[in-house]
Design a protein around this ligand. Structure first.
Ligand code: GTP
Ligand code: MG
Length: 213
């Protein structure tokens, strides 16, 4: 087991699988941290920022780019999962149905999930699609936390508005983790805070080392 310090995020991180159907799911041997949110909210960018890397995870200017559940093994300590964004208007109905059903089956059936991060664009606040996702996570009994993205794109009063919108949503969903973080993959604001929050989570899951002596 690697030390659960911020250095973890600079360690080796390997792409394991791009999953398009349930049969391809990798074995459940590590705690999974899932990044979900609307299309283009900045999921892939946030994973890259957390890992101090630019291009480990593909990002794009074309919304709806991530088409599969992408699993990344971080130093045999945690699995980071980049999921397709919801709310992409131009995707075909058949496509939307296919990956929604994949995502829902994954979220409902996966006991290894340690936390789902629901990313919210600071410029937009919580949208109906995000509420739907939160309800799904409530039903699936998965622990989740809301994280604001692209904080560099808004002025401080807009950021406060977005925070309020998130706090209101959380109040309606008691299963949501009460602590909200604002991040920017561009300026790196909030990235250390998110790393610390994930490390704390992993520490609670790690077996206690035997007492010295
Ligand atoms: P899909 O996989 O298509 O659902 O998108 P995604 O949620 O993975 O978003 P992605 O990380 O690909 O980012 C989408 C766009 O937003 C890209 O052009 C990024 O460069 C930009 N972006 C992401 N995060 C930030 C941020 O913190 N600040 C700014 N200014 N731009 C960002
Ligand atoms: Mg993506």
């Amino acid at each position: 087991m690697n030390a659960l310090t911020p250095a973890l995020f600079s360690r080796d991180c390997q792409f394991i699988a791009g999953v398009t159907n349930l049969e391809q799911m990798p074995p459940m041997h590590l705690p999974e941290i899932v990044f979900c949110g609307r299309s283009n909210v900045g999921k892939s960018s946030l994973i890259n920022a957390l890992l101090h890397r630019k291009h480990l995870v593909r990002t794009s200017n074309t919304p709806g780019h991530t088409r599969q559940l992408n699993f990344f093994n971080l130093a045999d300590t945690a699995m980071l999962v980049d999921v397709p964004g919801y709310g992409y208007a131009k995707a075909s109905k058949a496509d939307i149905k296919r990956w929604q059903s994949l995502l829902f089956s994954y979220l409902r059936g996966r006991s290894q999930i340690a936390r789902v991060l629901v990313l919210i664009d600071a410029r937009q606040g919580v949208k109906p699609g995000d509420e739907e996702m939160m309800t799904l996570l409530d039903d699936a009994a998965q622990p989740y936390q809301l994280v604001l993205t692209k904080s560099d794109k808004v002025k401080s009063d807009e950021l406060e508005k977005a925070r309020t919108s998130v706090e209101r949503a959380i109040a309606k969903h008691p299963a949501a983790f009460p602590h909200t973080l604002a991040t920017s993959s561009e300026s790196k604001d909030g990235i250390e805070g998110l790393q610390e929050s994930l490390l704390e989570l992993l520490r609670t899951l790690a077996p206690t080392p035997p007492a010295a002596g």
